[in-house]
Design a protein around this ligand. Structure first.
Ligand code: SF4
Ligand code: SF4
Length: 129
């Protein structure tokens, strides 16, 4: 969907640290990512992670798009889901992204949670993509 690509390329908030502190990667994905020169952090029984802002992010674009982790492949924020289901138009969604980048402080956090993580997000939720 062209509109989805347009929205995400204007946004990048799920990779920049605004929404998440890290993205989980599987053990199987680690060799591929390290071969690309990316710093993969701690390993535990659940796998590993890349801390955000993601080292693969260049402005708003993923530089390893074809090789990105499965979590990134499958992730759709609330705003993107709303675009897919025609609840918002591409112009409305782009305005939300622009406003999200302008706001600061607690107001920004509330805005991000409401528009990107969904209304029911728990405040104690771990910030992991
Ligand atoms: S936060 Fe949503 S709209 Fe922004 S890049 Fe991520 S999936 Fe796309
Ligand atoms: S690998 Fe790409 S899509 Fe995944 S968090 Fe990093 S920049 Fe975003």
């Amino acid at each position: 969907m062209a509109d989805a690509s347009q929205l995400c390329l204007a946004c990048g908030l799920c990779c920049s640290g605004a929404l998440f502190d890290m993205v989980r990667v599987t053990h199987a994905e680690v060799p591929r990512l390290t071969k690309l020169g990316l710093p993969v952090m701690f390993k535990d029984e659940h796998g590993a992670a890349m801390l955000h802002p993601c080292p693969a992010l260049d402005d708003t674009a993923c530089t390893i798009y074809e090789h990105r982790p499965a979590r990134c492949f499958w992730y759709r924020c609330y705003l993107l889901e709303a675009l897919y289901s025609d609840e918002v138009s591409i112009d409305e969604a782009l305005k939300v992204v622009a406003l999200a980048k302008e706001l600061e402080g607690p107001q920004r956090q509330q805005f991000l949670e409401y528009h990107f993580l969904g209304r029911s997000v728990r405040r104690d939720r771990k910030r992991t993509l």
